[in-house]
Design a protein around this ligand. Structure first.
Ligand code: ATP
Length: 136
């Protein structure tokens, strides 16, 4: 077991708090991996997959936006939302994807439609569907 502690925290709960051997996460400048002894750093997190390995078992999490701090062999991932791959409701994500696609298909001048919001909702939905597929 590595001497690296991972915490994944959302406004609702502490999703993960355990020792891991490696963490791979979707940083705003690209995917990054952290092993024991990593230099301290801070980065934004984009909607995507966080995966971590502990005792030879790899877990996949879908995360939305936030940031990560790496310091003293501790990786803190603070995000708006996170779900373990096996807990993702793929039907819900499909519905969210379709809703966003319908909004984005409207004329750009359409009032009452926040296109930027629809785009980020679409990214979250597609990312959840992709991460959920890892459990199949
Ligand atoms: P929806 O439109 O379906 O609510 P959303 O992208 O707007 O999707 P979020 O605001 O990112 O949802 O998340 C709200 C809460 O619902 C969070 O706790 C998140 O973990 C949970 N959640 C969202 N979508 C799913 C899903 N497909 N499966 C499981 N939990 C989900």
């Amino acid at each position: 077991m590595g001497n690296l502690h991972l915490e994944v925290v959302t406004p609702e709960k502490v999703m993960v708090s355990q020792e891991v051997e490696i963490v791979v996460a979707p940083g705003s400048l690209g995917e990054f991996g952290v092993l024991e002894g990593h230099v301290p750093f801070l980065t934004g997190i984009m909607p995507g997959e966080v995966r971590y390995t502990s005792g030879g078992q790899t877990e996949h999490l879908a995360v939305t936006s936030g940031f990560t701090e790496v310091s003293d062999n501790k990786v803190s991932v603070l995000v708006d939302a996170a779900e373990k791959a096996q807990d993702i409701d793929t039907e819900r994500a499909r519905r969210a994807m379709e809703r966003a696609q319908e909004r984005l298909a409207k004329d750009r001048g359409t009032e009452d439609i926040d296109f930027a919001r629809a785009e980020t909702a679409l990214k979250r939905a597609i990312m959840r569907i992709k991460v959920a597929e890892k459990t199949i």
